[in-house]
Design a protein around this ligand. Structure first.
Ligand SMILES: NC(=O)C1=CN([C@@H]2O[C@H](COP(=O)(O)OP(=O)(O)OC[C@H]3O[C@@H](n4cnc5c(N)ncnc54)[C@H](O)[C@@H]3O)[C@@H](O)[C@H]2O)[C@@H](O)CC1
Ligand SMILES: [K+]
Length: 483
């Protein structure tokens, strides 16, 4: 079993860096190692790049860039440093690194609105020292890097990413080499997209205890941590009774996808509560499902777990179902319209609840904007978990699973092909099925979100564009049974 990989908040990286400087190596030594690691990475990824352009800022990040530039220059490459330091370089180690580059015959040009031609651009403008949206002049340099035809290698972080995410303009890099510890912020949302291929150089720091992780990164190999083979003497009553509630008029497909996903994730019995008019189509596609006549309502004593929300609508029909479900003390997944109704009415949730908002729904839960949610995805997920006392799966690139008192999980799985209708309905069914099989809500949310994204990746082997939610079904079954 592979361990989940630890990730760190920028503050923790700063503290670790201070400890490393106190105990293991001084700042200039770390900077030299950072520049060397970046140079090795550039050679690995772009061995034939002959003309290198290094954009250096005024801080430690710029210092890493000057070390890189010196090494590239000494190797015989044609190197230009464009320096963006309106008030000069005040960082001692960076100033020393600059002097060594110049003493070695290196060429430094001041920033002047446009960048020269090159085969590779190295982004050493801003690192983890950024605390607010880049100011006008820095934003212009970031735009110029993004407009450059050459690929970009970002040092430590793509310039413009701060401790919470991306406040404004940010460099879109092909690759980023982080220093000391891998950062959580680069694994989700827009920062993930800006970072490109990620790698981390530990800078040979030994004898310093790393901080406690602020998040854990999971990829498909982590599934076996949660999903074990079934006992040979099990029966269907033990594998969980799951009720799927939703599919108001016109939205039958949503609840069908949810129910089929629950069945494919191993739920022993799946019962659907939807409009009577949908029963024939539902059972024609999946005769293993059960459908309850509308007049009977939801029997909350029957299921071990409920998924409610896909196609539920926000009218009286959906509201009444949700109201009934929330009266019971039952494990439940609240998705889509159920999330919006909860946000609107501020309902208290059962103790074993999982909310699965996309960023727009998360904004409704917090009474804020989608931009604010995306600006700080870890903070937003934690705030929802706190306010609603629930496990939260915040969907989108780098899905985050958060709960009060737990280290959040972030997924290194999933793909843009999954941004299509029905994918969320499948996720709700998967998580409910795992809770029905006895998993605690946080574990079911982690395992379910990972299983869903891994199934999406496997299904996308045939192409991301045109990927359908139903394409995940055979993959769910395969991946729900890891060797
Ligand atoms: N301290 C150390 O031991 C090490 C530091 N390293 C590098 O140093 C970096 C951190 O260095 P610093 O703390 O000097 O910070 P940065 O180099 O990230 O940035 C500081 C610079 O950014 C400018 N700045 C800040 N906010 C701005 C805004 N909103 N708009 C425009 N400009 C803004 C500041 O004026 C300052 O010039 C790391 O990311 C890493 O690249 C590495 O060399 C590894 C070792
Ligand atoms: K950078």
């Amino acid at each position: 079993m592979r361990d989940l990989s630890p990730l760190f908040a920028t503050d923790s990286v700063r503290r670790f860096e201070a400890d490393a400087i106190a105990v293991a190596a001084d700042e200039a030594v770390l900077m030299e190692r950072a520049g060397q690691a970046a140079w090795r990475r550039a050679l690995e990824l772009w061995p034939s790049a002959a003309r290198l352009l290094v954009v250096c800022g005024a801080g430690g990040n710029g210092g890493d860039g000057f070390v890189f530039a010196r090494l590239a220059h000494e190797s015989g490459r044609q190197v230009t440093v464009v320096e963006h330091a309106p008030r000069g370089i005040h960082h001692a180690a960076a100033a020393a690194a600059r002097s060594r580059f110049v003493d070695a015959g290196g060429n430094v040009e001041p920033w002047r609105d446009a960048l020269p031609d090159a085969d590779l651009v190295v982004d050493a403008l801003l690192g983890i020292g950024l605390t607010a949206e880049p100011r006008n002049d820095a934003a212009a340099a970031i735009s110029a890097i993004n407009a450059h035809a050459a690929p970009v290698l970002a040092l430590d972080v793509p310039s413009g990413v701060d401790a919470r995410g991306v406040p404004g303009e940010a460099v879109r890099a092909q690759a980023t080499i982080e220093f000391l510890l891998p950062k959580a912020v680069l694994r989700t949302g827009r920062a993930l997209e800006c970072a490109g291929r990620l790698s981390c150089a530990a800078l040979e720091v030994t004898g310093v205890t790393p901080p406690a992780p602020n998040a854990l990164l999971a990829d498909a190999s982590g599934l076996s941590r949660w999903l074990r083979p079934r006992r040979s003497d099990t029966h269907k009553g033990e594998q969980g009774r799951v009720a799927c509630v939703g599919g108001d008029t016109g939205s039958a497909g949503a609840i069908l996808l949810c129910a089929e996903a629950a069945a494919r994730t191993g739920a022993g019995l799946v019962r659907v509560h939807t409009r009577d008019a949908h029963h024939a189509a539902l059972l024609a596609r999946r005769p293993e499902l059960m459908a309850t006549p509308e007049c009977e309502g939801v029997d909350v004593d029957w299921p071990d777990a409920i998924a409610i929300g896909p196609g539920l609508g926000q009218g009286n029909w959906g509201f009444a179902h949700l109201h009934r479900v929330l009266q019971a003390d039952i494990a439940c997944v609240l998705d889509a319209d159920a999330v919006t109704i909860v946000a609107r009415h501020g309902f208290t949730l059962p103790t074993r609840s999982v909310l699965t908002p996309h960023p727009g729904e998360a904004a409704r839960l917090l009474g804020t904007t989608t931009n604010d949610v995306q600006r700080d995805r870890f903070g937003s997920a934690a705030a929802i978990a706190d306010r609603y006392r629930a496990v939260v799966v915040l969907k989108g690139a780098g899905t985050i699973v958060a709960a009060a008192g737990r280290v959040p999980l972030v997924l290194d799985a999933g793909n843009p092909g999954m941004a299509t209708g029905g994918m969320g309905d499948v996720l709700a069914g998967v998580i409910a099925a795992l809770m029905g099989q006895g998993m605690a809500p946080f574990d079911a949310a982690c395992a379910g979100a990972l299983l869903h994204s891994a199934a999406g990746d496997a299904a996308a082997a045939d192409g991301e564009r045109g990927l359908l939610a139903a394409d995940l079904m055979p993959q769910l079954r395969r991946l729900a049974n890891p060797a």
